[in-house]
Design a protein around this ligand. Structure first.
Ligand code: UDP
Length: 363
């Protein structure tokens, strides 16, 4: 089959890096980069570090509101799909690029494959939740990271075929974390001793786009035990500047700020952190895999198993709850969640089956 893959942001490059290799052994892939994340720190470095092929097409769509960005992507994808006539469109996760890819394909009556289908926070105020629910109900093939995700799809009576394949980000993490764990030079380059620091990431719209919430986040960071390393996401940096909170952040003693990092450097820092504090989905999952306790700056999560097992604590932006969570002793048990590192191969097998179904379907 000719498969057109739509990617656009950091975690999607990581997911595509897992799937693209095995996919290209059996199918033709055309990689389309929407431009949602376009700078070197959030985009280019992931292609070079993780061996992802250069995009075949770049749509150059970034910025603006969610609706306007999605609309511009749709407008750019429509002629591309007509021109390239793929047999299927592959989308990842829950971004505007995911929804635009899925909707443009469905309007052109091209089957959609959704990787990381069925994840739910049950919080419709999150743009990501809207993107994932809508994409799931458009998709023909729903590739799930967990049984929980498949159960969510059943509960919603999603029409596509759901297959639990495991999580493709886990494939990448399991491959690279063993080496990352012993890279003691990486934290030291940031002036940090392995095992002694907190790694922090924050960029969710719900935390940084609202001035009061962002101020509460800065206060929470000030309350955390130093040292804390914060690779600052450009969205967060822009809002700190807009709301005049940059100086307050920079004045926090023991806070080490840096640019967003490449996957390998970030993994080394994550594996050797005392704990992770984050509002990222992917980072919660990677902390669990690394056996590093996680404190999540949200009131809900899609990765519910990490919370149920006691490795992850949801604190929203409550500084006292965050401090209490950091005092908890990590559980003794850490069973394998989200697959065994071979999710990408199972994705391709499920895509092969889809190809068989499509070939057998009446025209
Ligand atoms: N990540 C990275 N460099 C950083 C911060 C995160 O490589 O400075 C990686 C991280 O290892 C994870 C992914 O980016 O694989 C998570 O992306 P993000 O937090 O942007 O998105 P989310 O998972 O919340 O959708």
């Amino acid at each position: 089959m000719r498969i057109l893959t739509v990617v656009g942001n950091r975690p999607q490059f990581i997911k595509a890096a897992a799937v693209s290799g095995p996919l290209r052994e059996r199918h033709e892939e055309v990689l389309v980069h929407t431009g949602q994340h376009h700078d070197d720190a959030l985009s280019r470095i992931f292609f070079s570090e993780l061996g992802l092929a250069r995009p075949d097409r770049e749509l150059g769509v970034s910025g603006g509101s969610n609706s306007s960005q999605t609309a511009r992507m749709l407008a750019a994808l429509e002629p591309l799909l007509a021109d390239l006539a793929p047999d299927a469109v592959l989308v990842y996760g829950d971004t505007n690029s995911t929804l635009a890819g899925a909707l443009a394909a469905a309007q052109a009556r091209i089957p959609v494959v959704h990787v990381e289908a069925g994840m739910r926070s049950f919080d419709r105020a999150m743009p990501e939740e809207l993107n994932r629910v809508l994409s799931d109900h458009i998709a023909e093939l729903l590739l799930c990271s967990s049984e929980t995700a498949a159960a969510n799809l059943r509960a919603e009576s999603a029409a596509g075929v759901a297959v639990v394949v495991g999580d493709v980000m886990v494939d990448v993490a399991l491959r690279l974390q063993p080496a990352a764990r012993s890279e003691a030079a990486v934290p030291r380059e940031h002036g940090l001793e392995p095992g002694s620091y907190l790694l922090l990431t924050a960029h969710r719209a719900g935390n940084v786009d609202d001035q009061d919430r962002l101020a509460a986040l800065v206060e929470l960071i000030a309350a955390l035990p130093a040292p804390v390393l914060l690779p600052l996401h450009p969205r967060t940096a822009a809002r700190l500047e807009q709301f005049g909170l940059q100086a307050a952040l920079r004045a926090i003693p023991g806070l080490v700020l840096c640019e967003p990092l490449g996957y390998l450097e970030f993994s080394a820092l994550l594996c050797q952190a005392r704990a992770v504090v984050t509002d990222s989905g992917g980072v919660q999952k990677e902390a669990y895999l690394a056996g590093v306790p996680c404190v999540t700056l949200r009131a809900s999560t899609e990765w519910v198993e990490t919370v149920e097992l006691g490795w992850n604590t949801l604190v929203d932006l409550d500084a006292d709850d965050a401090l209490a969570a950091l005092e908890r002793t990590p559980p003794a048990e850490r069973p394998a969640l989200y697959g065994d590192g071979h999710a990408a191969e199972r994705c391709v097998e499920a895509i092969d089956e889809l190809a068989g179904r499509l070939a057998g379907a009446p025209a």
